[in-house]
Design a protein around this ligand. Structure first.
Ligand SMILES: Cc1cc2nc3c(=O)[nH]c(=O)nc-3n(C[C@H](O)[C@H](O)[C@H](O)COP(=O)(O)O)c2cc1C
Length: 209
């Protein structure tokens, strides 16, 4: 499938076949493909909670407007955006710096410069921290959807949920924002998929000020 076909065939699928599981290896492939997503300074501020267990999915569904797909899909992901993933001492920030030094794109002496650059760009206030985490994780989430489709899987992104309720119910630390929930599985073939939705035209997208 080329990218045009992929973009045209991905849909937010409302009905999942509850009897068709997503093998662990396929889910791993999907996440590995999405892990190629670019991020600012390569900080990759995303994480996933993988829900397969019926009880856990029902717990989430009750906090997500009782949307049936949350529990009918074999897998529902809680997509997490780490608002702290630019800070000194954060394991992936420090790992990132070490990797850049190993790759030769930074020197040991640039450690403080790197930390200051991250803090200056992303840490000035809570709005910037939120934007940093959600912007990058949004790209990651889109990659997950396209990766899934390329592997023959269907997805449904959702932000219809009680953010604080989900955070508390699943013991998610305060530094994470939850940009979306993402159900993953196979479209239930006896259901009818709605016709493709309208999209803005190129002329409507391109603006001048
Ligand atoms: C961030 C985000 C949140 C969404 N939240 C919901 C949701 O809570 N419930 C729902 O039924 N659809 C939700 N959708 C699906 C959109 O309505 C859908 O993607 C859009 O109408 C376009 O349809 P398509 O994905 O089939 O092309 C969400 C989509 C995105 C990207």
């Amino acid at each position: 499938m080329n990218f045009k076909e992929l973009a045209n065939s991905r849909r937010a699928v409302n009905f999942f076949d509850p009897d068709k599981d997503v093998p662990e290896s396929l889910l791993k492939d999907m996440i590995e493909m999405a892990a190629k997503t670019p991020s600012s300074f390569n900080l990759q501020p995303w994480s996933l909670m993988v829900l397969r267990n019926s009880e856990e999915k029902m717990k989430l569904r009750k906090l997500a407007w009782d949307q049936p797909k949350v529990s009918e899909a074999p897998v529902t992901l809680i997509v997490l955006a780490d608002r702290d993933a630019w800070k000194k001492g954060h394991p992936f920030v420090e790992r990132n710096f070490k990797e850049m030094v190993s790759a030769g794109s930074m020197t040991e002496g640039q450690h403080q410069w790197f930390l200051d650059a991250c803090a200056g760009l992303y840490g000035a206030n809570s709005e910037k921290q939120q934007a940093f985490a959600c912007k990058n994780t949004g790209f990651f989430a889109m990659s997950l959807m396209f990766a899934a489709k390329s592997l023959g899987l269907d997805t449904h992104p959702m932000d219809g949920f009680d953010h604080e309720g989900v955070r508390k119910a699943f013991n998610i630390p305060e530094n994470y924002w939850i940009p979306i929930l993402l159900s993953v599985g196979y479209f239930k073939q006896d259901k009818t998929l709605m016709p493709p939705k309208w999209r803005k035209t190129v002329e409507e997208i391109v603006v001048k000020f």
